[in-house]
Design a protein. Structure first.
Length: 437
């Protein structure tokens, strides 16, 4: 699986508040006093008090009001408690999932105590480093550790998980199935802590943090750039990365908290138990060619059946656009042409259309700029059954950060404007093309 440019996962691992301090904070929040929390997690009262104070300093906010009746969460403390609770629960979910894969190694309760009560950021950093590095020497450099220290962290983590997490062969190191499970939930847990920091910053009137938007090729047109630009203009302290790739790569990043949202043509929701789909609008496809293409001199076209002999640039197999391509031809009573050339890179698709006599089935949103420039043109032919849902894919049960909430709002707002403008342009382009024949 390709490694995505994450929102500084290594930085998060090495600079986040230490896990034992977060556990102490969570215990005080639950029990309402340092004394009861210390008894519950088997630490001394001074150790628990020190951990809470250091957490407050690290996060830059008072998390408790100290009263004669005990420790009462402040507003900031309630935000942090919510996120820390979700983070610790991710580790519990990992415990249960690993127990299903390796049921006989040790009991679920023993695993839960190990991972949730003992695991630390160095162990998790080592696991992420092996996943990224592919071998232990590269992983050690990535994590800023010696190879023996990395190996020691991994052994400790495997003992806590009661499962092998890494396999080694010929100098290479990769994660086992159990290691992949723990990695994914650890990344989700770390993302919750990162969001806690961002929520505390938003309480002070400053929206900050890092967002990663996965933009599917040939799907969203100007929607993503427009929404990102609007968000950054209003909140310049945010950092946003836009990456593209196949849906499979981006959805893997979404499940690992390396992508915050995917924008583009949605897949079948029933095939994705981890993802929630939100439709922004329904898009349809048109035949597009370069201005001067011989097809514009052929006279009236009855349908796609009249274009079956043309040279086509087709969408990649397995994408909603490819399925729409095949549906459109079959709706016209003919089988779709053979897939001799496929592509999903916007730049390559535009270049091939402009430099050849190929046709493509595209949304006008994808080539709106070229249509306005008069270098590409909509071929006036009826195309049926090419509707695709364009929208957002987010992780199920996730609670977005303040910055993500603003960006999602911009995407929703602009999708209505973009839909109206594109529909008007498509109608005008089709009418103008018809008049030119």
């Amino acid at each position: 699986m390709a490694v995505l440019p994450s929102a500084c996962m290594n930085e998060t691992l090495l600079t986040a508040v230490q896990w034992h301090k977060l556990r102490a904070f969570s215990a005080v929040a639950e029990h309402g006093s340092v004394h009861r929390a210390a008894r519950a997690i088997h630490l001394s009262q001074p150790a628990v008090s020190r951990a809470v104070q250091q957490t407050e300093v690290a996060l830059g906010a008072a998390l408790f009001d100290r009263t004669t009746k005990g420790m009462v969460l402040t507003t900031a403390g309630r935000y942090v408690q919510f996120r820390v609770g979700r983070a610790l629960n991710e580790l519990r979910v990992a415990v249960s999932a690993i127990a299903v894969r390796i049921p006989d190694a040790c009991g679920v309760q023993q695993r839960r105590r190990g991972l949730v009560e003992v695991v630390n950021e160095r162990m998790l950093a080592s696991l992420v480093a092996v996943w990224r590095g592919g071998n232990e020497r590269v992983a050690a450099d990535f994590a800023g550790l010696s190879v023996p220290a990395l190996q020691r962290n991994l052994r400790q983590l495997e003992q806590l998980a009661c499962a092998p997490l890494v396999t080694r062969s010929g100098g290479a190191a990769r994660l086992t199935d159990a290691g992949e499970i723990l990695l994914r939930h650890a990344q989700l847990a770390l993302a919750e802590i990162r969001v806690a920091r961002e929520e505390l910053a938003s309480m002070q009137g400053r929206l900050a943090g890092r967002l990663v938007v996965g933009a599917l090729p040939l799907s969203s047109g100007h929607l993503v750039p427009g929404a990102v630009d609007r968000t950054l203009r209003a909140h310049p302290d945010l950092h946003i990365s836009i990456i593209d790739g196949t849906y499979e790569t981006l959805s893997h990043g979404l499940r690992c908290a390396e992508v915050n949202v995917i924008v583009g043509a949605l897949r079948a929701a029933e095939n994705e138990p981890y993802v929630i789909h939100e439709t922004l609008f329904t898009d349809s496809l048109n035949v597009v060619a370069r201005v001067g293409h011989p097809v514009f001199r052929r006279g009236a076209l009855r349908g796609l059946r009249d274009l079956i002999g043309e040279t086509w640039l087709m969408p990649l197999s397995g994408t909603p656009s490819h399925a729409a391509f095949e549906r459109a031809f079959r709706a016209d009573g003919v089988e779709p042409p053979a897939a001799r050339l496929q592509g999903n890179s916007p730049a390559i698709v535009r270049s091939l259309l402009l430099s050849s006599d190929r046709l493509a089935l595209l949304s006008v949103r994808q080539v709106q700029h070229e249509l306005q420039q008069g270098i590409l043109k909509v071929v006036p032919v009826d195309v049926r059954h090419t509707e695709r849902r364009i929208g957002l894919a987010t992780l199920r049960d996730s609670v977005p950060s303040p910055g993500m909430t603003v960006l999602l709002g911009a995407l929703r707002d602009l999708s209505g404007t973009a839909r109206g403008e594109a529909d008007q342009y498509c109608n005008a382009a089709s009418q103008n093309a018809s008049l030119s024949l």
